[in-house]
Design a protein. Sequence first.
Length: 153
Amino acid sequence: MLYLSAQIEDFPWFGQYILTKQPVMSRYFQLLIGPELLWAVAYCAALWLAQANHPPTKLLDKIILQTSNIAPLLVLLSFLLWYVPGVVRPWLLPRIWVAGVLGSHFFLEKAMEHYSKQGPGIGTAYMVGMLFSLFVLIAGSVYVLIRVTFYQN
């Protein structure tokens, strides 16, 4: 962990030690970095995409249809948080599951709600996106559990 320390001479107006033996990253910032932040950004992107599709264009309709492929990739990206040094890991797997299921649903629902030709095709794309997201969640969980169980130092 990276630590900063300063002496009184460096900051005479403060009158005491500053950041002595304290981690650089605060506890709240460590909790903020997680799958929830990723899905909040994805949801904002879906809102922007939905808002930009008025009047509907073919290019944005194709992008909306491809969100069923983007959602599993976002779930896969959330598993990369295991390799980020400041992330709190004890509850990371349940956080990834809850954020992955809810984030995939809201991301797909908001994006596909504004598809120009509503019909069975867009509903199937939603189901495919959710099923692929669940598959990636299961595969990623198995990988993480094997890694934690057998390769823990």
